[in-house]
Design a protein around this ligand. Structure first.
Ligand code: CP3
Length: 354
């Protein structure tokens, strides 16, 4: 496909989220929350109960569209994020994925290095309901609301593919990568290619920005971080931009700590999602000034609420008043979060006088 400037890539936008992502001033930061569609919302729990499995839910456009729109209707966030999961990619590469209630994802673990060669090409047929969801959401969103697509970063997705489940320290994938570096590189390369194709198709279907979630970037030693996180994400961003030169891309290398500045420079992401542990005064000083910062309220302070929440929100707003900033959490919102606390957060940001 030739590089195109589709309407969703228009360089100047009136939408606050896109304005901030383009590095232009918005006064108050726009806001959205990672995992903003989900179990803390009663209306989500109600429609979730109608689907056989979580994957069925993700692959049913009517339900996924509704889940995407629910937090927009309730809170008026500045951006909607496509309702899906990072694990639809392994599913579309032919690795069986399921979600056990209360236990998280289960995959047929890739313990045999030769099995990686057996993965199929990314199936756009399997992902067709995701693209249909994008199409439906696009026409239902209010004009001021931006639309974000996403994928998991290769390292994070590979950690589930190798272990067959979530693990506290990603040890199975890390051991596999040390024992079978060539096979692991092949897996990462396949995920890079799949992610470029998948994100490009999301952009062509109508999302206005994409986020690459590297939720498990923080566990790797420096050399492994470079090989398995920084370089693959840089390749994805280059690959997407070779098809869509103006694509807006947010990278979220959770836990990458002191690696963040070089990660931001080398990947060329428009924005970096910061995690809970990052010190705002450090971020301001060491992350290049043309990189937009997104984040990074502690999801737990949003459960606590009250004075602690107000002070934490004020600290972030004050720290980033001179930078392009998109307000978000430092990781996903938790199911036990009171809705009143989310409402309080939005009020505080909208009424902030800086
Ligand atoms: O609102 C949104 O942010 C959009 C939807 C979204 C989901 N997952 C829905 C979901 C997004 C962007 C994700 C990303 C995702 N999925 C990540 C990266 C972000 C992060 O939180 O670190 C990861 C690592 C996954 C993999 C995954 N999906 C796990 C480990 C689990 C089980 C744990 C859990 O939170 O339940 C899921 C399931 C999942 N994905 C749920 C939702 C709403 C809960 C399942 C349910 O409702 O039954």
């Amino acid at each position: 496909m030739s590089p195109s400037l589709s309407t969703n890539e228009s360089p100047k936008s009136q939408k606050p989220f896109l304005t901030a992502l383009d590095g232009r001033s918005t006064g108050k930061p726009p806001i959205w929350l990672m995992r903003q569609a989900g179990r803390y919302l009663p209306e989500y729990r109600a429609i979730r109960a109608t689907a056989k499995s979580f994957l069925d839910f993700c692959y049913t456009p009517a339900l996924a569209t509704e889940a995407t729109l629910q937090p927009i209707r309730r809170f008026g966030f500045d951006a909607a994020i496509l309702f899906s999961d990072i694990l639809v990619v392994p599913d579309a590469l032919g690795q069986r994925v399921s979600f056990e209630t209360g236990e998280g994802p289960r995959l047929d673990a890739l313990t045999d290095p030769d099995a990686i060669k057996g993965l199929s090409e990314l199936s756009f047929d399997r992902l067709a309901p995701v693209f249909e969801t994008i199409d439906r959401v696009k026409s239902a969103l209010p004009p001021e609301t931006s639309f974000i697509g996403f994928c998991g970063a290769p390292w994070t997705v590979a950690s589930y593919m190798v272990a067959g489940r979530g693990t506290p320290d990603q040890a199975p994938a890390r051991i596999f990568a040390y024992q079978y570096p060539e096979a692991f590189q092949l897996l990462i390369d396949k995920l890079v290619e799949a992610s470029i194709a998948y994100l490009s198709r999301q952009i062509e279907t109508g999302v206005e920005a994409v986020q690459i979630f590297d939720s498990w970037a923080g566990v790797l030693p420096a050399a492994e971080f470079e090989k398995w996180c920084l370089l693959p994400v840089a390749k994805i961003i280059r690959g997407v931009r070779s098809r869509h030169p103006l694509a807006r891309i947010i990278a979220f290398p959770r836990g990458a700590a002191s690696h963040i500045p070089s990660f931001a420079l080398s990947t060329g992401a428009n924005a970096i999602g910061l995690d809970t542990a990052v010190d705002p005064s450090w971020a301001k000083k060491y992350i290049p000034p043309d990189v937009v910062l997104q984040g990074h309220l502690d999801p737990l302070v949003l459960i606590a609420g009250g004075a602690a929440q107000q002070a934490a929100v004020r600290e972030i707003l004050t720290a980033y008043r001179d930078r392009s900033h998109i307000f978000n959490l430092g990781h996903g919102i938790l199911p036990q979060t009171p809705i009143a606390h989310v409402e309080g957060l939005i009020r505080q940001i909208r009424y902030w006088e800086g």
